[in-house]
Design a protein around this ligand. Structure first.
Ligand code: PLP
Length: 386
């Protein structure tokens, strides 16, 4: 790494916007190639970014490959075909959709359109880090609401009642991840509906549904945002092709909202934010529901198995409606190092205020077994050292 420029080292950096000067860059899961370089390991199991262990849909891959022939052209900035397909699949008007370079892009668009100096966004403790990042980047203030306590049925999960309570005259956005990453916890229909009833109509509620395919399988009666849109025009749903569809590397996500909100988001959207191969792959992925179902079924079998295996080791595991588990391993930095040395990448959660926890994505059965074997060794090492 060449390292960043220290504030004050360059005169022009002094004029960086205060919100930006105080930011810490988002720390993604360690790339496989980086682990190979740093640790000299050859076999790597990456369970760090909640990706689909089955890979992309073969049909999506073929569509992306075919579309590569057109990349001397600009993409269709309005993504007419993908928006039409999505609109049909979701039974919404195409005007209700905003496409993003991943759903991260949409969170950024929300911030740029609705947040700024003098405004705040209500965010839960332990929530997905991007909410705070996009909020600060535009000079707005994140209002951090304490999560549910450890003994709650959704330990460390969003306290939606407290979040509604935290809304002030300065609030223009409430960010809710359901389920949340990195905790995996979720809000039930009653909590979501009560939140939507209590938030003033002038405040936008962003419901991040990056894991909704998994959540629907894991939690009976899981409260989806779509049927709630008609009653609550201040609701914005963000969804992603990165997780269940296995297209994280191509960067496609979308927001569903009232068309008037979508119109505002589209005004600040970069005109070509989804590429030609990404649009083509997303359309094919949308048709390949069998691939999503296979990934969801694998997760449905492997997540409970891994949760039991971790509990058998007397480790605390949070309930999860996603494709990952948040596990308390005690000395997380040491255990994480032990895992890395053995070629297993998971996600330490110190920056999420969970310094003794690791987040592990659910892999294939074979990958999960490699993880468990390496974990036992890493735990033994960490225990011997302390
Ligand atoms: C992974 C994830 C996303 C998806 O990000 P993309 O930009 O679509 O890849 C969004 N929200 C949460 C909570 C996530 O965990």
């Amino acid at each position: 790494m060449s390292g960043g420029v220290r504030n004050g080292a360059l005169a022009c950096c002094d004029l960086a916007m205060p919100g930006v000067a105080g930011l810490h860059p988002y720390q993604p899961g360690k790339p496989i190639a980086e682990l190979r370089r740093e640790y000299g390991v050859t076999e790597v199991v990456k369970l760090a970014s909640n990706e689909n262990p089955l890979g992309p849909s073969p049909a999506a891959l073929a569509a992306a490959r075919e579309a590569l022939q057109e990349v001397h052209r600009y993409p269709d900035g309005a993504a007419f075909e993908l928006r039409s397909d999505l609109a049909a699949a979701l039974d919404v008007a195409p005007e209700a959709l905003t496409l993003g370079n991943g759903s991260n892009d949409l969170l950024d668009l929300v911030a740029r359109a609705f947040l700024g100096p003098g405004r705040n966004a209500v965010i839960s403790q332990h929530a997905f880090a991007i909410y705070g990042l996009v909020t600060r980047a535009v000079g707005a203030r994140p209002v951090l609401v304490p999560a549910h306590p450890a003994h709650h049925p959704q330990p460390r999960g969003h306290d939606l009642a407290a979040m509604a309570e935290a809304v002030t005259a300065e609030t223009s956005v409430v960010f809710v991840a359901n389920p949340n990453n990195p905790t995996g916890t979720w809000a039930d229909a009653e909590a979501v509906d009560r939140l939507l009833e209590r938030i003033p109509p002038r405040v936008l509620v962003v419901l991040d549904e990056a894991y909704q395919e998994y959540a629907r399988e894991r939690v009976p009666g899981f409260p989806e945002g779509l049927p709630r849109l008609a009653r609550h025009p201040n609701l914005v749903l963000t969804r992603s092709f990165s997780k269940a569809q296995g297209l994280a590397g191509l960067r496609v996500g979308y927001a569903v909202s009232h068309p008037a909100v979508a119109d505002l988001l589209n005004r600040v959207r970069h005109p070509f934010n989804t590429s030609i191969p990404a649009q083509a792959a997303a359309r094919a992925a949308l048709r390949d529901s069998a691939h999503v179902a296979a990934g969801v079924a694998l997760n449905g079998a492997e997540l409970p198995r891994l949760a039991r295996a971790l509990a058998d080791r007397r480790l605390g595991v949070l309930p999860s409606a996603g494709n990952f588990l948040c596990v308390d391993v005690g000395d997380a930095p040491a255990v994480n190092q032990g895992l890395l040395r053995r070629g297993v990448i998971v996600r330490p959660l110190a920056e999420y205020g969970l310094p003794s926890c690791l987040r592990v994505s659910i892999g294939t059965a074979a990958e999960n077994d490699v993880f468990l074997g390496a974990l036992d060794q890493a735990l033994a090492d960490a225990g011997a050292a302390s």
